[in-house]
Design a protein around this ligand. Structure first.
Ligand SMILES: [Zn+2]
Ligand SMILES: [Zn+2]
Length: 134
């Protein structure tokens, strides 16, 4: 059975089932998706940017971004449907960060990993020294 929850979109109390938003908001969202999709289906609109889609459909940019993140709007087809990287603001079409930022995070992680590996190595030599003495 579903539990009672507040809809994150309209704040109304509703019975949560498989969706996180209330049925009315879900319906609204589907309507918005239809609008966006109908607009983008027109060949000359395929290269529309986020702003252009927003202006043409009236759907909030954050909602369009969510459609992109959920994979409902394929940026492989709608190539200009990008949104800013959460770290540096350059246009991206998947996830939260651009490739550059992901790259620098990975580099940082690698350094952290190397630092972490240095410690147990010392311990290992210490342990083998101990066993040698036996
Ligand atoms: Zn709602
Ligand atoms: Zn970035």
């Amino acid at each position: 059975m579903g539990e009672l929850a507040n809809c994150p979109s309209c704040n109304k109390v509703f019975v949560r089932t498989i969706r996180n938003i209330c049925p009315e908001c879900f319906k609204e969202e589907e309507k918005m998706f239809d609008k966006v999709y109908k607009f983008l289906r027109v060949k000359e609109n395929r290269s529309a940017t986020l702003q252009e889609v927003h202006e043409a459909t009236g759907v909030p940019e954050t909602t369009i971004i969510r459609f992109v993140k959920e994979g409902r709007l394929r940026t492989a087809t709608f190539t200009n449907l990008t949104y800013p990287c959460e770290s540096c603001g350059s246009p991206i079409s998947a996830g939260k960060l651009c490739e550059n930022c992901i790259g620098s995070i990975e580099a940082e992680l690698e350094i952290a990993e190397r630092e972490a590996k240095r410690m147990p190595q010392k311990e290992r030599t210490y342990l083998s020294d101990v066993t040698k003495d036996r």
